[in-house]
Design a protein around this ligand. Structure first.
Ligand code: MLT
Length: 405
């Protein structure tokens, strides 16, 4: 037996696992410390009441032989696909068909699994910093080449996102086969305008590149002119796959539900990608549980929409508290509007991990080091607004007390 040696190339621990381990170790060494976690973007508010009601009802159905359900359809029940299609697309003027939507256990899995349908010979382009799943899964698949001393993979095209370009990537000199884009962005909190996305769509169509568009954070968009879906851009159905998630939108991080849109017009070298993804999912995935699908359906009811908006505004207020507080403490910071993440510059002379350690020691606050998202994230740090409101205020007060000049 030979192992997949690509796994030997990547760090043995996933970024958020490393952060969680460091928090655990600190807590064990300081059992009395009230550590506040503003690191992984994990929600803290309970599910909306309509979602809970829908789940109770679904549990009762599963308890009765007359209404019990076994394996769900591989790509989702019609009731949830119809709700997604209408609410997230048709009502917004985007023409799609139901069999272009594939329900799944979340955007993270789909972003990682999508590489199954394209060749190992493709060259990918990623923003730097970037959600680590895009890079790590391509390393595992053998698409990355080797890592150099600057932490860059030799066969990956990096598109630096820095304060200078307002954290929006420039078109690279080399033409990528596959381009990962995520807006609102994880980790920087930046958004892309219609014109900026149009530039990418035109480029991808012209060069026959595929855009993988992660819009897991679209529910945080508050500005009307910021697109929530790549398909708001003409031509995107010919060059883009879109990933969506109920995790941040409706607090489903522990429920696991998302979906991926693969338009039938996506054709590369004469082959449509839609049936390839359908085949991949039917073979390796057995569908989302009935109870979860009913829960997701409830999100789209008028009451569900009202309830999730209240929860989202709770997190949006946290984002404001973090952003304003950090500014008052003298930090340079970004994001926090249209996004649950605030991206801050570490104090002069501190690497991201040095700041992580000091923040934990001095303030008992855990964040995520920017360098964990890629070399251009060095010297930055990410805080999330998904925490409890009182704890978030407390965390920011501690940071102000420790750093305000
Ligand atoms: C994050 O903190 O970046 C996200 O929670 C990760 C994820 O959604 O998998």
């Amino acid at each position: 037996m030979k192992i997949n040696e690509n796994f030997l190339k990547i760090e043995s621990s996933y970024l958020f696992s490393t952060v969680a381990r460091k928090q655990r170790e600190y807590q064990q060494a300081h059992p009395e410390a009230d550590v506040i976690r503003l690191s992984i973007g994990d929600v803290t508010k309970p599910l909306a009441p309509v979602v809970i009601d829908a789940m109770h009802k679904a549990v009762d159905e599963m308890a009765d032989e007359k209404t019990f359900r076994g394996y769900p359809p591989e790509y989702g029940y019609d009731f949830i696909l119809d709700a997604i299609l209408k609410h997230d697309y048709l009502d917004r003027g985007i023409e799609l068909e139901k069999d272009e939507i594939f329900l799944s256990d979340g955007a993270k899995s789909d972003c990682g699994n999508i590489g199954d349908i394209f060749s190992v010979d493709n060259k990918i382009a990623v923003c730097d910093p970037v959600y680590p799943v895009y890079v790590d899964t391509n390393v595992m698949a053998g698409r990355s080449g080797d890592k150099n001393e600057n932490g860059l993979w030799s066969n990956i095209i990096y598109m630096p996102c820095t304060a200078e370009n307002h954290f929006t990537p420039d078109i690279p000199d080399e033409i990528p086969d596959v381009i990962y884009l995520c807006f609102p962005n994880n980790p920087t909190g930046a958004v892309a305008t219609k014109q900026q996305l149009k530039k990418w769509v035109d480029f991808a169509v012209e060069h026959h590149s595929l855009i993988l568009f992660d819009s897991a954070y679209e529910a945080f968009i508050v500005e009307d002119d910021i697109p929530k879906s790549i398909y708001e851009i003409d031509g995107a159905e010919k060059c883009a796959i879109e990933f969506r998630s109920f995790s941040k939108t409706a607090g489903f991080t522990g429920m696991r539900c998302g979906y991926t849109v693969v338009p039938k017009k996506l054709v590369f070298n004469g082959t449509s990608l839609n049936p390839l993804w359908a085949r991949r999912q039917a073979t390796k995935f057995n569908g989302v549980s009935y109870i979860t699908q009913r829960a997701a359906e409830a999100v789209y009811t008028p009451e569900g929409q009202k309830q999730i908006k209240e929860i989202l505004s709770y997190y949006q207020k946290n984002a404001r508290v973090i952003y304003d507080g950090l500014k008052q403490a003298g930090f340079e910071c970004y994001g926090g509007v249209n996004s649950p993440y605030v991206w801050l510059k570490t104090p002069d002379g501190y690497t991201s991990w040095e700041f992580f350690d000091e923040l934990l020691e001095k303030c008992q606050v855990v964040g995520t080091p920017g360098s964990g998202f890629g070399p251009s994230g060095e010297g930055y740090f990410r805080l999330t607004s998904f925490g409890n409101a009182e704890k978030t205020v407390e965390a920011i007060e501690r940071i102000k007390a420790a750093y305000k000049k």
